[in-house]
Design a protein around this ligand. Structure first.
Ligand SMILES: Cc1cc2nc3c(=O)[nH]c(=O)nc-3n(C[C@H](O)[C@H](O)[C@H](O)COP(=O)(O)O)c2cc1C
Length: 224
């Protein structure tokens, strides 16, 4: 509300017209793109979707295709179960990247790096990159690992390296809200430790939702 509005208030007509304008403004498009073997990064993505929707965005949750051989998946019941439970989630395409104004990634750590499935997908973005289609996309990322210091920060930096080459704008959470401290204090992106029982060791839901809202805010600022 501007100074004059504060002083004199707005007429009902002006308020209605402002509301109508806000309704007509296209929603910010956020793609939440994840890879997950055993469900952790899928859950982080669900929370991010809730946060981004609460912030008014049009949201798509998309999975990066599995590449592991079926024999490997069959040997791990949690992996098999998760893939079965999420078979209806659409697989991400290059058109989804073009559609999105902002992208939130969620990927598990593999020796401090992104999983091969994620790298394969990123390497398929060459033509979009070459044609400048990824410039100014706002990106933010989340991750998980089995150990508290198992490579979470390095995994995020490895992922962001590709985004620097895209010309994307990285919207890491930093310490923009105290929820980050409560979630373990990773300013590069929300990260979580997964116990042997497959459960998350820290409560990161609020931090994920904050990160998602911040991604929507930064995306809207960039696209003003
Ligand atoms: C090949 C491989 C490498 C991994 N490397 C690490 C590692 O270096 N440090 C660590 O703490 N966890 C490591 N993990 C554990 C995964 O990060 C963990 O299972 C994952 O974060 C769970 O996420 P998801 O449930 O979304 O699949 C590794 C797992 C696999 C399969």
């Amino acid at each position: 509300m501007g100074f004059l509005d504060k002083l004199f208030g707005k007429s009902k007509k002006e308020e209605a017209s402002q509301e109508a304008q806000e309704e007509q403004r296209p929603k910010t498009k956020i793609a939440i793109i994840y890879y997950s073997s055993t469900g952790t990064n899928y859950q982080l993505s669900q929370w991010a979707a809730e946060g981004a929707k609460e912030a008014g965005a049009d949201v798509k949750v998309l999975k990066i295709p599995e590449l592991a051989p079926q024999e490997a998946i069959d040997q791990n019941p949690a992996w098999k179960e998760h893939l079965e439970a999420t078979k209806e989630v659409p697989e991400v395409t290059l058109e989804d990247l073009e559609w999105a104004d902002g992208i939130i990634f969620s990927v598990p750590s593999r020796f401090g790096n992104v999983p091969g499935q994620v790298k394969q997908f990123l390497d398929s973005t060459g033509a979009l990159w070459f044609n400048g289609k990824l410039v100014n996309k706002v990106v933010s990322a989340m991750t998980s690992a089995s150990n508290k210091h198992g490579g979470q920060e390095k995994t995020l930096l490895s992922l962001y390296t590709t985004m620097f080459h895209w010309g994307a704008v990285i919207a890491a959470p930093g310490y923009s809200d105290p929820v980050t401290f409560e979630a373990g204090g990773n300013p590069y992106g929300t990260s979580v430790t997964v116990g042997e029982d497959g459960k998350m060791q820290e409560d990161v839901e609020k931090a994920v939702k904050h990160q998602a809202k911040r991604t929507v805010d930064v995306t809207e600022t960039i696209n003003k």
